[in-house]
Design a binder for this molecule. Structure first.
Ligand code: SF4
Length: 346
């Protein structure tokens, strides 16, 4: 990537205690995020994909400090997010903003669009010149493709796609450097999804925004992302450039996820190996030992028949660079290998 690193997560962990009994004793922990590290560069999009419950939304909330981590760190522009206070924390909160998933429930129905988009100026009044708030909101409406004259309308007077544009306008109101987009298009019709994704791409070019784009739709993530992190049970299992992840995946979980994506070109349909994952995603309150994926891993089963190699059961694989056939990118598998190649050894 060309841009400098503006946000850095290191060994980020968020465990929620499970309480039971009359005295609410802690009997265990839900390991929502369990040791996540990555860099985000200025102006890039890092896609975060995975099934429901893999921890991607908790990760988004940690990056906004809407949750305090159990351990680990996030550095923004060289300063620690979790020890920041006072004016430093205010600046960070201004520079890292969010677009929520559901445009139907994330906008207050009793407030006008002008009030909703202008809300961040209540906390950060210094961002707009005195008396310039209305003009700035109208500029933002224009920037996201809405009519500035609709500033006094209410959310119910807009379509779903338009409401998400309002959410985006609110997200960029303070000129942030990072926008965490938490499933921003999954509540929208497919045709409208493309419009919102195109809008996000346009804004990124114009404002040099960096996105953390959280989604479960692999096609949408491929379209918008420069790099992609694949999560499974609270951990990143594969991380690389978009083309490395989609064209040369090396982690058996990523390979299985991608094999389920429909191929639009009929002539290529028979060429892709279909990989069926067996079993349910284990509970994050009781994750498997060793590699978290070993209870469902098709490669481990293929290598050792009905049992699983001891290495997979006992040793948690690190997310490290492993060859993908053309180059190398990070994968958390002892036997990471491009699809179709013989499984190597760790
Ligand atoms: Fe599968 Fe073993 Fe690799 Fe885990 S380490 S993904 S169980 S082959």
């Amino acid at each position: 990537m060309n841009g400098e690193v503006i946000l850095q997560a290191r060994d980020l962990v968020k465990h929620y205690p499970i309480k039971a009994g009359v005295i609410k004793r802690t009997v265990g922990h839900v390991r929502a995020v369990d040791g996540v590290s990555f860099d985000l560069h200025a102006g890039e999009t890092l896609g975060v994909v995975g099934e429901s419950g893999c921890g991607k939304s908790t990760l988004g909330r940690l990056l906004l400090r809407l949750e305090e981590p159990t351990s680990g760190s996030v550095t923004f522009d060289g300063a620690d997010l979790y020890t920041a206070s006072g004016s430093m924390l205010r600046r960070m909160r201004r520079d890292i903003q969010i677009v929520f998933q559901d445009p139907y429930t994330s906008l207050n129905p009793r407030k006008t669009v002008g009030d909703i988009i202008g809300e961040p100026f209540d906390i950060h009044p210094d961002v707009v010149p005195k008396g310039g708030r209305r003009r700035r909101v109208q500029e933002l409406l224009d920037l996201v493709g809405l009519n500035p004259e609709h500033i006094n309308r209410y959310p119910h007077q807009f379509s779903g796609g338009q409401r998400q544009r309002i959410g985006v306008a609110r997200g960029i109101a303070l000129n942030p450097k990072v926008l965490v987009c938490d499933e921003p298009v999954s509540a929208l019709d497919v045709s409208v999804q493309a419009q919102v994704v195109n809008l996000l791409e346009k804004l990124q070019r114009e404002l040099n925004l960096a996105y953390i784009f959280i989604a479960h739709d692999l096609a949408v993530v491929r379209h918008i992302s420069d790099r992609v992190a694949v999560m499974y049970l609270g951990r990143v299992v594969e991380l690389g450039d978009e083309a490395q992840i989609y064209d040369h995946p090396t982690h058996p979980y990523t390979q299985a996820l991608l094999s389920a994506v429909p191929v639009p070109d009929p002539s290529l349909r028979g060429t892709r190996q279909q990989i069926m994952l067996t079993g349910d995603v284990p509970s994050p309150a009781n994750p498997p030992s060793g590699c978290r994926f070993h209870t469902r891993c098709w490669l481990a089963q293929q290598m050792a028949g009905d049992s699983v190699p001891p290495q997979c059961r006992e040793a948690l694989p690190d997310l490290v660079e492993r060859p993908d056939g053309l180059s190398a990118h990070a994968s958390a598998c002892h036997f990471a290998t491009p699809l179709g190649a013989a499984a190597g050894t760790a």
